[in-house]
Structure formats: structure tokens, C-alpha cells
Design a protein around this ligand. Structure first.
Ligand code: GAL
Length: 693
């Protein structure tokens, strides 16, 4: 072997050994982080390291670690810090922040910063600023001023997100990603309008088809070219209004996909992607937009007043229903907010109760907004966990208690989730359709849903709120309040459910519109009328309540009354109206028909709370609903979570007085320890009870 060849071989060997050593170190590193199993319940906080000198980070992270914080949510408004000039990226500080947190056993959730574009960007490319509905361009200085549909904005967003993904996609301390922040502001610029027209072309194919489905012969609305079609919101052709909202939903989805694609291409599969939505907010169809996410997350704020467990619980159940699995509370208030009319604080103990309420409804993480207020900036007055001096505010101890309790209960709750016997169907199409033509100014579709949700939840102790397109066979009872718009596919889903033995209850205003928001050519409930063996003869907006009586006792309908009729000998009348406008007197208000083992019921009146409670009992009994933990005093909310090892009940007392809960069998008290036959709960008291563990 000549000398040169030998030297090359030795060099090769050295290089190979060095490479092998490097690989081994990396595998070892990766193993160190992945061998740490992620706690089942995570406590987090929004942290903005870019707002503070780095010398301050250590003190903050030490306090977080002491409080039991598992993750910080970082970066979602820091674009100008990450890209101070076009194409000059600076992520070193973020890397140092992630590493500093990891030293304290704190993971990071990275927010993509696209809800707050830098001033240089929108100045250089003014088309990236959104145009408001009144035609004015938004300005720099607040947030969400970016134009979601604009190709340049998307290009710039993709580039910064790509830099982040390449840098952090394999970082073992980065748990996952939040895209943007609370999608809400859309743009009405001519380019977006052109995109809408293209969207319509793709949906309707021809103008003849669009004109027919929207009945544009009405008011001379006929279109002879796609570019004639305007954007309408609030008041306009119902087909156009609904199309615009669907376009908005699809555009948020593609805006998001622009980012999720680049993240997925550069990240470990273990890193999740989500975004933070806003509970009942209806600015887009959340079933459409959350399709490409790993799980849903929402920002849960009480604002003024105190936690309303029924309303807040429905917000959780709605969010859980987007992906039909456990979710995260990505933001929640540490005591109080700064944007309500009166920003009162939650009472002592209420923040903790709220955290357990979140978990009870299926949250696996609760994250406070925010750790500490920026010294300057629009939200100086918002609640936080440490004050401007960097030392804990009084609430710190309560957050620390949540941290300790999450650590204690996490292993017992691992792998558990709520399981419901009842589904309430919720559709954005229907909510929008009713809101655009309320017909009675106080008619509120959310209130209608809640009138069913409250009493049914107290019986079943868990409700799923889901899309009418979701599979339904797992439910004993499916309730559709105000399912105004029913597409052919949804009609098929509902009919099959009843034919397979389910009990479907339709609430007032159901089955009036088709998939283009046009009136169904049959009377309500349109495609379900034949199955019901009955129909709505006429609807009446009410200025005075109308009495009714029957199977569920007697009471009054407010705001709305539908005069029903039966057409089939098997369809029976459950409730009748009393004396009112003459038309309704003595006429059916609720009817029902058994279909094989299944049943379909239509309720045309807005039931008052007492009658609704009786109606809920009837629905539950008829459908064979069991109360998981019976005999619990009113005011104590029961939240069962089920797993392979049995059921864990999260009990929270929202009553003003101490209450005793007697248990049907001894259960393991996870927080206090010991086996209990009964527990005593003060106001906002929480008990976690494991049965069958
Ligand atoms: C949320 C927002 C946060 C913060 C918070 C204050 O809507 O995502 O960034 O502004 O409100 O309550």
C-alpha cells in the first residue's frame, strides 16, 4: 500500500469515527429528552422573553418552575424581533430562551408570529395590510393588521415560519406549535374579492347554476360575469352571505396550511400543531379550519363577572368537538382581564376551580395569559402572575397549587377523556343563517343551544357538541337546536341515525334552509318531514309569551312558536299551545314519532327552563341515558373522564355554600388521599375521585 493511499484511509477512518461519535451523541441527546415522559396534565403560561433583558429570564423561569409550570408559550407576536429587517433573521435569542427554559425543566410551545407583522414589512409591501370593510387600510401599531389572503403576506409568513421550523423542528424542548393567534380579521380588498369570485366559480361551475341556487332573478341580482359579484356581509342575498363565510373559512384554512406545511416538512412528528380559537366566536367555520391541526385549543376568558360553569363548560365541549378529542386551554385569565366593561377579579379559589373545570371537560393543558405584563404596551392592566417588579402577585400561590395538583392527579388522569351519551349538533351555517334573518331581534342561536344544553348536561354529566356531519351512532340521544340549514349529506346522516335506533330531537327553526341558504321547497323540517310524519305549518315571532301544556307540564314559549301538524297516524302530539293569537290556539307545539327502535321528535316552541327540565328528563328516559354519578347536590358539577383503568370524577362545587357529596361506593380521593364514601366541598372546592382504579 503506498503512503498516500494509507494516509487517505486513515483520514477516512478518522472522519467516519468522528461522524459515528456525533451521531451517537445526538441519539443520546434525543433519548434523554424523549425518555422524559410528558406529564398528562400540563400547566403553562404565555411568556414574552423578547420584552425583557436576558438577565431577567433566569429569575422568571425559577419562579415558574417553583409554581410547577411545564411549558412557556413563546413568540406569537415577536416577528419584528425575529426578522428585524427583510431576510435578516435573528432566532438566536429564541434559541437561548428555549434553552434557558429547558434548564428549569420547562418546555416551549412556539407561536408563529404572523398575527403581528413588523412595521418595515407593511410599509414596504402595503398590500400586506388588510383593508377594512369600509375600504380603509389598516395601519401598523396594533396587531392582526396583516392581509390573510394576500400572496405577498403569505410568502413573508412562510419564510419566517420556515426559519423557525428549521431551527426548532428537532429541538427536544419544543413541544409543538401554535399558528398565528385568534384568527379573526379578514380583508375586503379587491384582490381578496377576486379570490372570492374564483372560489365561487370553483363551487358553482357556471353562472347559471349560481344564479339559480341564489335565485338572483330576485331584485335583478342576476350575474353575467364572475367579477360582478360583490362581497356582502350582514345584509344581502342569503346564498351570497353564506358563500362569503365559507370562503372566509377556506381562506383561513389555506392561510394556516401555508404555515403547517412548512412546519411539518421540517419538524419531528412528535411536535404538535394547533391554533388558539375563541369559544363561541363564529367568524369562520371551525370544523373546516381545525381539520389540519393535531388538536384544538381555545382561549377561555370570563371577562366581567364570575365563572358560569354551564356556559364555560359548553365552550369547552364545543372546542373538544372540533376534533372530537381532548384539547388545550391555550390562554386563560390569571384573575382578571383588561378588556371587559368592569375587570373584576375572580374570587380566591375560583382560578383553581376554573383550571379543574377545564380539565373536567377534556383539557389536557391550562395556560395562563400572561406571566408578566410588558412595562409598556396596550395591555398593561391585564391580570398576570408576577407584577411589574418581577415578584409574585397574590394569585401566584393559587397557580402554584394548580401546579402541585396537576402533578398529583396527572398520572391518574393520563389517557382519560370525557365520553358522552348525548350529542348536541352545532352548525355555523345555521347560526349565521339565523343571525342574518333573526325574525325576532332577541333571537340568539347560542341561547337556544344553551336552553337544551344546561338541563341535559345536569342529567348526563357530559355532552358532546359536534358538527351535524359527524358520525352519530355512538350516541343514545342527538339534539339539534336550531339546525336551520340542512344539506343533503346532513339529512342522510340524521335519517340513518334514527333508522339505526337513535333518538333525534330537532329544536325550533330546524330544517328550513338548504345548503345554499335557500328555503327548502318543503315545509320544515324539510328533508326530515317525511320521517317525522309531521311538519311546521307556520312559524310566529312572538312579542308576548304563548302558553303551552302537555307531556312536560305547562309553561310558556317566548320569542318563537311554530304551529305543527301530524301527517302520520304514528306521529303523536307531546305539547299543545294554549290561547294566544288564534292561529296557535290548541295546536301542536311538540310532536314525536317512533321509527323502529329509533325516534324523531320536533319541538317548535322555545321552552321555558322548567318545561325544558321536564323535556330533558323525558328525552333522557326515552333514550336510556344513565346519570354516571347520581345523587350529587345541585351546584356541584360532575365531570367524568374515562380511561382504560376506569373512571375519574372531577367534582367542583360552584354553590355559595359547602356541600356534601355522598358516593355510591368508596372512591380514591386523588388530591387528599384515602378511600372516601363521601366528600365535603366548600365553595369552589374540588375533589378528584378515582373509581375502579
Ligand atoms: C387574547 C389574546 C392575547 C391577549 C388576551 C388578553 O384574546 O390572544 O394575546 O391579548 O386576549 O385577554
Amino acid at each position: 500500500m503506498n503512503k498516500r493511499l494509507r494516509n487517505s484511509l486513515i483520514l477516512c477512518l478518522i472522519v467516519c469515527l468522528a461522524l459515528a461519535a456525533l451521531c451517537l451523541t445526538q441519539v443520546a441527546l434525543a433519548q434523554t429528552s424523549s425518555s422524559k415522559t410528558l406529564p398528562a396534565l400540563l400547566l403553562g403560561t404565555a411568556w414574552y422573553p423578547e420584552q425583557w433583558p436576558e438577565s431577567r429570564w433566569e429569575a422568571d423561569l425559577t419562579l415558574m418552575q417553583k409554581a410547577g409550570v411545564h411549558f412557556v408559550r413563546v413568540g406569537e407576536f415577536a416577528w419584528s424581533r425575529m426578522e428585524p429587517e427583510e431576510g435578516h433573521y435573528d432566532l438566536d435569542w429564541l434559541d437561548r430562551a428555549v434553552a434557558a427554559a429547558a434548564k428549569h425543566d420547562i418546555y416551549t410551545v412556539l407561536g408563529t408570529p404572523t398575527a403581528a407583522p413588523p412595521a418595515w414589512l407593511t410599509k414596504k409591501y402595503p398590500e400586506t395590510l388588510r383593508t377594512r370593510e369600509d375600504g380603509r387600510r389598516d395601519e401598523h401599531g396594533n396587531r392582526a393588521q396583516g392581509n390573510w389572503a394576500n400572496p405577498k403576506y403569505r410568502e413573508m409568513a412562510r419564510k419566517i415560519v420556515e426559519q423557525m421550523a428549521k431551527r426548532f423542528g428537532h429541538n427536544p424542548n419544543v413541544l409543538g406549535w401554535q399558528i398565528d393567534n385568534e384568527y379573526s380579521e379578514v380583508s375586503y380588498d379587491p384582490e381578496t374579492r377576486a379570490q372570492f369570485q374564483q372560489w365561487l366559480k370553483a363551487r358553482y361551475g357556471t353562472l347559471d347554476n349560481l344564479n339559480a341556487r341564489w335565485t338572483t332573478s330576485y331584485w335583478s341580482e342576476t350575474y353575467t360575469a364572475w367579477d360582478q359579484i360583490p362581497i356582502q356581509t350582514g345584509y344581502g342575498n342569503p346564498g351570497l352571505l353564506l358563500s362569503w363565510m365559507r370562503f372566509v373559512s377556506d381562506t383561513w384554512r389555506s392561510y394556516q396550511k401555508n404555515q403547517t406545511d412548512v412546519i411539518r416538512a421540517n419538524c419531528d412528528a412528535r411536535q404538535f400543531i394547533t391554533t388558539n380559537t375563541m369559544g363561541p366566536y363564529d367568524g369562520f367555520d371551525h370544523y373546516t379550519v381545525t381539520q389540519d391541526l393535531d388538536f384544538a385549543a381555545w382561549d377561555d376568558y370570563v371577562g366581567e363577572g364570575h365563572l358560569n360553569p354551564v356556559l364555560n363548560g359548553a365552550g369547552h365541549d364545543l372546542t373538544r368537538g372540533f376534533k372530537q378529542k381532548n384539547f388545550w386551554v391555550m390562554e386563560t385569565q390569571p384573575g382578571f382581564v383588561n378588556w371587559a366593561e368592569a375587570n373584576n377579579s375572580l374570587d380566591k379559589g375560583e382560578v383553581r376551580a376554573m383550571a379543574w373545570h377545564d380539565v373536567g371537560h377534556g383539557a389536557d393543558a391550562v395556560s395562563y395569559w400572561q406571566w408578566r405584563s410588558a412595562l409598556n404596551g396596550q395591555e398593561q392592566y391585564h391580570g398576570n402572575i408576577v407584577g411589574p417588579d418581577g415578584t409574585p402577585v397574590p394569585l401566584y400561590s393559587e397557580v402554584s397549587q394548580v401546579g402541585q395538583e396537576f402533578a398529583k392527579a396527572g398520572p391518574v388522569l393520563a389517557g382519560t377523556s370525557p365520553k358522552s351519551q348525548i350529542a348536541i349538533l352545532h352548525s355555523y351555517d345555521s347560526r349565521w343563517a339565523i343571525q342574518w334573518q333573526k325574525h325576532n331581534r332577541q333571537y340568539n342561536p347560542i341561547e337556544e343551544i344553551m336552553s337544551y344544553y344546561g338541563p341535559l348536561r345536569s342529567i348526563a354529566q357530559s355532552i358532546d357538541i359536534i358538527s351535524p356531519a359527524a358520525p352519530l351512532n355512538q350516541y343514545k340521544l342527538v339534539v339539534a337546536p336550531g339546525l336551520n340549514v340542512i344539506s343533503d349529506a346532513v339529512a342522510k346522516n340524521l335519517i340513518a341515525y334514527v333508522q339505526n335506533g337513535g333518538h333525534l330531537v330537532l329544536g325550533q327553526r330546524s330544517g328550513m334552509k338548504d345548503d345554499d341558504n335557500a328555503l327548502q321547497p318543503e315545509r320544515q323540517p324539510g328533508p326530515l318531514a317525511a320521517l317525522l310524519g309531521g311538519r311546521v305549518e307556520q312559524y310566529y315571532a312572538l312579542t308576548e309569551p304563548v302558553p303551552f301544556e302537555g307531556q312536560w307540564g305547562n309553561g310558556e314559549s317566548r320569542l318563537w312558536a311554530e304551529l305543527l301538524s301530524t301527517k302520520d297516524p304514528e306521529t303523536s302530539v307531546l305539547m299543545r299551545y294554549g290561547k294566544s293569537n288564534g292561529w296557535l290556539d290548541g295546536q301542536p307545539a311538540a310532536i314525536t314519532r317512533k321509527v323502529g327502535k329509533g325516534r324523531i321528535t320536533y319541538i317548535g316552541a322555545w321552552l321555558d327552563p322548567q318545561t325544558m327540565a321536564e323535556a330533558a328528563k323525558w328525552m333522557a328516559e326515552d333514550s336510556g341515558i344513565q346519570t354516571p354519578l347520581p345523587g350529587v347536590p345541585a351546584g356541584v358539577e360532575v365531570n367524568p373522564r374515562y380511561g382504560a383503568h376506569g373512571v375519574v370524577y372531577i367534582l367542583i362545587n360552584f354553590a355559595k355554600q359547602t356541600q356534601t357529596v355522598n358516593l355510591p361506593a368508596p372512591m380514591n380521593d386523588v388530591l387528599q388521599g384515602g378511600s372516601k364514601q363521601s366528600v365535603e366541598l366548600p365553595t369552589y372546592g374540588v375533589a378528584i375521585l378515582a373509581a375502579g382504579q
